[in-house]
Design a binder for this molecule. Structure first.
Ligand code: UDX
Length: 433
């Protein structure tokens, strides 16, 4: 099949590369000429394990190309994906200007029957809006499909190539057949393609993210309660997860969720509810708990150091919102570090890949350490914000020797409290004794 993908962000780039890798001819289009030049030279503008190799392979084998020109890519395509950004609008709703502008250009460029697919996370009703724009601009037949993407950053290829499910929202039988063919290489019986109407598909994406965010905030509340009553959240988590109705994933308490999806999508869903006269109280509480959670490490540090951090230096391990990505969007580290600086501390931070992104937020207000141990020299305490694998089995004796005082505020509960006590650390996790 010939495919055009509009937008080379996370979703567009991963989808385009994976469709090319399953034998299709794909052109990825972006208005950002610098980004397209980079991609044409085999450089990938974001960090995602395995992506660069797969892009290069498919470019070499001439199934994948990059361009700033939309019309030549869209004209011959049978399927066109819209995968542009939907930033948070002024009242928490998703801003659709890029989606609708792309639809307008696509409409003018269509040359034969084409399926136009919304891959961006878009509010309920957007497929209808895109169809209206296309009806105004296109001279040929088309169908609009809502096909939300569920990939996780850091595991994007794996998620795309082996999805739990593929959701296809459209009333058109013709479009269903084409989409079914396109996704056939990635699905098996136990990970089905689910066909539905476009509104249900659009809502599914938001509901999935909202439910996962709810699990995280729920566990953060349980962790807070554990601290109050002298329980250990790790026991509680394992025993909850063993109930098959609950399951283990997304029950880890921490410094709050971040990233480009959960915070934004939750707010957008609340905004959608409000537009329709429905107050989604549960989801508002999920968001409130998350805001509280992002302030927790600083509160623990303040309490430990007697109410002030003036004159203290704190090391920070982990800047990206989660491991295996350089994404700093809504990263809890932003709140943690601003909080530490605001209370007068100096900060020296290390992240395996996110330093460049972090510099955009903090500039020279903090120091950056190239290696984990370099962020420990002479510090009064260490804050662990992102659970990168490289932090899981450090040389604790070396850490102790480097730190001024062996104090760790662990926002991800990656060490065993009893062992840390034996080693002589003051070790404060989330929801643990
Ligand atoms: C998420 C969804 O998982 C994905 O399906 C959707 O397409 C986009 O949004 P992503 O933002 O890449 O993906 O990250 P994810 O791995 O889901 O983690 C989200 C946040 O929740 C992170 O900040 C993570 O640290 C936090 N989290 C996750 C927890 O705090 N505890 C957990 O148990 C799981």
């Amino acid at each position: 099949m010939r495919i055009a993908i509009i937008g080379t962000g996370y979703v567009g780039l991963v989808a385009g590369t994976c469709f090319a890798d399953s034998g299709n001819e794909v052109t990825c289009v972006d208005i950002d000429a610098r980004k397209i030049r980079m991609l044409q030279n085999g450089e990938v503008p974001l960090y995602e394990p395995g992506l660069e190799e797969l892009i290069r392979k498919n470019v070499r084998e001439r199934r994948l190309a990059f361009s700033t020109e939309l019309a030549p890519a869209v004209g011959p395509a049978q399927v066109v994906f819209i995968a542009v950004g939907t930033p948070e609008g002024e009242s928490g709703d998703a801003d659709l200007q890029y989606v609708l502008a792309a639809a307008e250009d696509i409409g003018r460029a269509l040359r034969q029957y084409t399926v136009v697919v919304n891959k961006s996370t878009v509010p309920v009703g957007t497929a209808d809006k895109v169809a209206e724009v296309l009806a105004r601009t296109a001279r040929v037949e088309f169908d609009v499909v809502s096909n939300p993407e569920f990939l996780k950053e850091g595991a994007a290829l794996e998620d795309f190539l082996k999805p739990d499910r593929v959701v296809i929202g459209t009333a058109s039988e013709r479009a269903r057949r084409l989409m079914g063919e396109l996704y056939a290489p990635f699905v098996r019986t136990e990970n089905p393609v689910l066909y539905m109407d476009s509104r249900s598909a659009e809502l599914t994406k938001y509901a999935a993210n909202a439910m996962l965010a709810t699990r995280v905030s729920f566990m953060n509340d349980v962790a807070a309660l554990c601290e109050k009553v002298g329980a250990d959240v790790d026991f509680v988590r394992k025993a909850l997860g063993a109930d098959r109705r609950i399951g283990y994933p997304f029950l880890f308490p921490g410094v709050g969720y971040g990233g480009s999806c959960f915070p934004k999508d939750l707010k957008a869903l609340v905004a959608t509810g409000r537009e329709h006269g429905l107050e989604l109280d549960l989801l508002r509480a999920v968001d409130r708990t998350n805001e509280r959670q992002k302030r927790l490490l600083v509160a623990k540090a303040l309490k430990h150091f007697g109410g002030s951090l003036a004159g203290r230096t704190l090391g920070v391990w982990g800047l990206s919102f989660k491991p295996k990505t350089d994404d700093m969007r809504e990263a809890p580290s932003l709140e943690v570090i601003e909080g530490l600086l605001g209370k007068g501390a100096q900060v020296v931070a290390h992240d395996p890949v996110a330093e460049r992104g972090a510099r955009r937020y903090f500039g020279d207000r903090i120091r950056y350490a190239a290696l984990p141990y370099d962020a420990l020299e002479g510090v009064d305490a260490l804050c662990i914000v992102t659970e990168w694998n490289e932090f899981r089995h450090p040389d604790f004796e070396r850490m102790k020797a480097l730190m001024k005082t062996p104090v760790i505020f662990d926002g991800r509960n990656i060490y065993d409290p009893a062992r840390m006590r034996e080693l002589g650390f003051t070790y404060l996790g989330i929801g643990r004794r």
